[in-house]
Design a protein around this ligand. Structure first.
Ligand code: ZN
Length: 210
């Protein structure tokens, strides 16, 4: 089975138009390596185009995507930790100054977790196991009041991922030394709006233009 024609055509448009127009930048990136300004932990959802949301260029963002933008707690004794490995590399290897957890509206992962809780069934498979990271997730009353029930759950998942990031000793150390800042953002697919977790008020507020 060949690749879908739309992907092959898209690749050649990329080669002729985008890569050709920015060839110098790509060559520099190839020679000098990457120095991204942030790591973004986002959802796999096809509607969440991280680079487009930030109008970012190749090399700008170190992006990890998984179901529901979740971060597991620090578990050095576990087996295969793709998310933790990426966080370790970004913080200790690339020394990114920003770690961003990017949630989004209409998140199927968060909805699946809420469904699981409603139906009171333990789902088998990888997703069921992965979503146990959200067990006992409680949306904050203020988030429900300000943004509605569905969004409040998505915001709670972002808060949970940030809390779990702080279970990694190297994240805590870098944050304490002022080398790393943690951020929580929520992207609304329909409106394009970003909510940002305010460090002082601990509330999600629309991201203001500077
Ligand atoms: Zn999602």
């Amino acid at each position: 089975m060949p690749l879908p024609k739309s992907l092959i055509d898209g690749h050649w448009r990329f080669r002729r138009e985008i890569h050709a127009a920015d060839r110098r930048r790509y060559q520099q990136l190839a020679e000098l390596g990457q120095t991204p300004s942030a790591m973004v932990i986002a959802c796999c959802d096809a509607r969440v185009d991280v680079s487009a949301i930030f109008d970012a260029k190749p090399g700008d963002l170190f992006i990890l995507r998984n179901v529901a933008n979740l971060v597991p707690p620090f578990e050095p004794s576990g087996k295969y930790h793709g998310t933790s490995a990426a966080i370790e590399f970004a913080v200790l290897g690339l020394k990114v100054p920003n770690l961003i957890v990017l949630g989004h509206s209409h998140c199927g992962g968060v909805a699946a977790y809420r469904q699981k809780v409603r139906d009171n069934v333990a789902k088998a498979g990888f997703i069921g196991r992965w979503l146990t990271l959200l067990d006992d997730l409680k949306p904050e009353e203020a988030d429900i009041f300000a943004h509605g029930d569905e969004t409040a759950f998505e915001l709670a998942a972002i808060r949970s991922s940030i809390a779990n990031l702080r279970s990694f000793p190297f994240v805590v150390e870098c944050e304490r030394d002022g080398l790393l800042a943690l951020h929580g953002l929520h992207f609304d697919i329909g409106s394009g709006e970003l909510l940002g977790l305010h460090p002082a008020t601990r509330r999600f507020e629309p991201l203001a233009e500077e």
